[in-house]
Design a protein around this ligand. Structure first.
Ligand SMILES: Nc1nc2c(ncn2[C@@H]2O[C@H](COP(=O)(O)OP(=O)(O)OP(=O)(O)O)[C@@H](O)[C@H]2O)c(=O)[nH]1
Ligand SMILES: [Mg+2]
Length: 219
């Protein structure tokens, strides 16, 4: 696994395209991993940290800047940076547009994994919980990742991880704390993504085998 993570680390992640409408969604042969979370939680910074590139995804102090779905190619998978939710200061019609775009994105299926980002300093919001329910409803496997870990002391971080995990009815070990500033958690996240994709690959292989068994049986 170490070797695989390193291989990905060495590969240059590149920006592929932005999608503003359903017609522009990418449909590739690579698995798609979606990065979702509240506006300003650090989605774009997280993607840059994974890629070890400072300016791959545009970051901003101003919340609500990523309004499109931006796709990045990481070699083994495509990463989709989704527009953040929960930013109060956008118009109702813009919020509706975002909701429609996200609905269409998830409705389309073919999503291999989702990474839900939460700020390690704060309790999950109602929007975060709604996002999680949405992932459950769509049966999308997900990983919860905490951002901005550099902003808390180690003691505080541990406390917050336990509290957030309890809020979400998850074990604390399921949460990965990361920092775009220090690179903390980067390898753990890449490992988690790869093992999730490998598990899904096995599932697909089993499905395929079952389908061909059925076909043979019906001859
Ligand atoms: N200290 C610290 N700051 C961070 C970290 N990650 C993000 N930030 C800061 O948080 C702000 C928002 O980061 P972005 O990566 O643009 O957040 P986003 O979720 O992509 O925001 P939108 O696209 O607007 O929804 C920026 O000022 C970042 O520098 C982190 O790990 N540590
Ligand atoms: Mg962003």
């Amino acid at each position: 696994m170490e070797e695989t993570t390193e291989k990905i680390a060495l590969q240059n992640a590149v920006f592929v395209t932005s999608a503003a409408t359903e017609r522009q969604f990418l449909k590739g042969d690579k698995p798609i991993v979606a990065v979702c979370g509240k506006s300003n939680v650090g989605k774009s910074s997280f993607i840059n940290m994974l890629a070890r590139r400072k300016k791959l995804a545009k970051t901003s102090r101003e919340p609500g800047r990523t309004r499109l779905i931006n796709y990045f190619d990481f070699g083994a998978f495509l990463l989709a940076d989704l527009p953040g939710y929960g930013y109060a200061r956008v118009s109702v019609s813009e919020k509706k547009n975002w909701a429609r775009l996200l609905d269409a994105f998830f409705a389309r299926g073919g999503l291999s994994h989702a990474i839900l980002l939460l700020d390690c300093r704060h309790d999950p919001t109602a929007d975060d919980v709604q996002m999680l329910s949405f992932l459950h409803a769509k049966a999308v496997p997900y990983t919860v990742v905490l951002t901005k870990a550099d902003k808390l002391s180690r003691m505080k971080l541990k406390e917050h991880i336990s509290a957030i995990a309890a809020d979400l009815y998850l074990g604390a070990g399921n949460l990965i704390a990361t920092s775009a500033e220090t690179g903390q958690g980067r390898d753990d996240v890449l490992k988690r993504i790869l093992s999730a994709l490998a598990a899904e690959g096995d599932g697909a292989a089993r499905e395929g085998a079952r389908a061909s068994e059925k076909e043979e049986g019906s001859d």
